[in-house]
Ligand binder design. Structure first.
Ligand code: NAD
Ligand code: TYD
Length: 351
């Protein structure tokens, strides 16, 4: 796929900002249009370093708003869409599932529909790349890994809404012949991650000497991938994947939550000049998440063998870089944890 103008949705969020940065800097000949509603999770400060680049444009709007999306297609005549905009937090999906149906399902279908009409007659020259999650596959037991052929079995409203959006993307490929590609990635970590998710929330709490809330017994397993490796995988898949294909992306890096938090505490002890073991005293077991998936693990062999992508970073190094970023960007952290975040935190972690 060679593209000139790409609309990236959700580019002000965690992963989206890394994808936008990568495309803006690696491909100065492309025009990158960041379409983002700027919900609580969207933050233009995430893109401060590239906001003045001549090949970068920001457009504030909602992917569910057909006339806005149509007008954007009319204005930019995009060659491709890379779709990341979503409601992304499982705990919020348990409280407000309809928000997830709106953005993740209705928003995705709105984008697909506008693209279908705008690109009619030239689907082979336009690409719709949908960024999805491994959570659509449901949960694993102690062994096994998710492959691209694993049957969908989502359990949370978040994963159900992402599964639904994946089905719609495939339906648009199969029914209308649109060039659609999907990737399903494991848990990401790195800079600019909103501190409602496990790693940045724990970094923030350790820094402020607040309890680190561990759901259940802390035995759930996640497969962690450095966010810049995910952005690189998206770059490779976007440019090289055949139409109608799906790729799993993962770090081969499984951690039980409690073990990960002990490692993080130890890194934070060193960085903050605390005695070894001090931060770990903040670990607090809290009521488990409803429908909590036990284990996720990705088999990314297809991506390695067909397109040559592999994760680049060891977890210890990635985690240390992440902690360094949060400690060096106190203002960013203070900005995103002021206001509405406090209310969210109180509701989510009340006894
Ligand atoms: P995020 O919550 O940090 O960012 C989402 C972005 O989408 C925000 O900038 C937000 O303002 C924007 N947005 C939300 N609703 C919108 C709407 N209606 N219209 C326009 N913009 C809207 O999410 P993230 O963690 O960066 O995840 C990005 C994508 O990657 C999502 O599709 C998610 O399902 C997927 N994903 C995430 C992970 C992970 O570990 N975070 C792993 C695999 C896949
Ligand atoms: P999270 O970062 O929300 O990602 P996901 O649910 O998409 O995997 O959670 C990662 C793991 O950490 C998951 O097993 C839930 C757990 N968790 C906690 O134990 N405490 C917390 O406060 C949060 C937010 C998550």
């Amino acid at each position: 796929m060679s593209a000139k103008t790409i609309i990236i949705t959700g580019g002000a969020g965690f992963i989206g900002s890394h994808v936008v940065r990568r495309f803006v800097t690696q491909y100065p000949e492309y025009t990158i249009v960041n379409l983002d509603k700027l919900t609580y999770a969207g933050n233009l400060a995430n893109l401060k370093d590239i906001e003045a680049a001549p090949n970068y444009k920001f457009e504030k709007g909602d992917i569910c708003d057909t006339s806005f999306v149509e007008q954007l297609f009319e204005q930019y005549k995009p060659d491709a869409v890379i779709h990341l905009a979503a409601e992304s937090h499982v705990d919020r999906s348990i409280t407000d599932p309809l928000d997830f149906v709106m953005t993740n399902v209705v928003g995705t279908v709105t984008l697909l529909n506008v693209a279908k009409n705008a690109w009619k007659g030239a689907y082979d020259q336009h690409r719709f790349y949908h960024v999805s999650t491994d959570e659509v596959y449901g949960t694993l037991g102690e062994v096994g890994m998710f492959e691209e052929t694993t049957a969908y079995d989502p359990h949370s409203p978040y994963s159900a809404s992402k599964a639904s959006s994946d089905h719609f993307v495939r339906a648009y490929h199969d029914t209308y012949g649109m060039d659609c590609v999907i990737s399903n990635c494991s848990n990401n970590y790195g800079s600019h991650h909103f501190p409602e998710k496990l790693i940045p929330l724990s970094i923030n709490n350790i820094k402020n000497n607040k309890p680190i809330p561990i759901y259940g017994k802390g035995e759930n397993v996640r497969d962690w991938l450095f966010v810049e490796d995910h952005a690189r995988a998206i770059d490779v898949i976007f440019h090289k994947a055949a139409t109608g294909t799906t790729y799993n992306i993962g770090g081969h890096n499984e951690w039980k939550n409690i073990d990960l938090i002990h490692l993080l505490c130890s890194v934070m002890d060193k960085k903050l000049g605390r005695e070894e073991g001090e931060s770990a005293k903040l670990i607090t077991y809290v009521t488990d998440r409803a429908g909590h998936d036990l284990r996720y693990a990705i088999d990314a062999t297809k991506l390695k063998e067909e397109l040559g992508w592999e994760p680049s970073l060891q977890f210890a190094e990635g985690l240390e870089r992440t902690v360094d970023w949060y400690l060096a960007n106190e203002e960013w952290l203070n900005n995103v944890t002021s206001g509405a975040y406090q209310q969210y935190y109180e509701n989510q972690y009340k006894a």
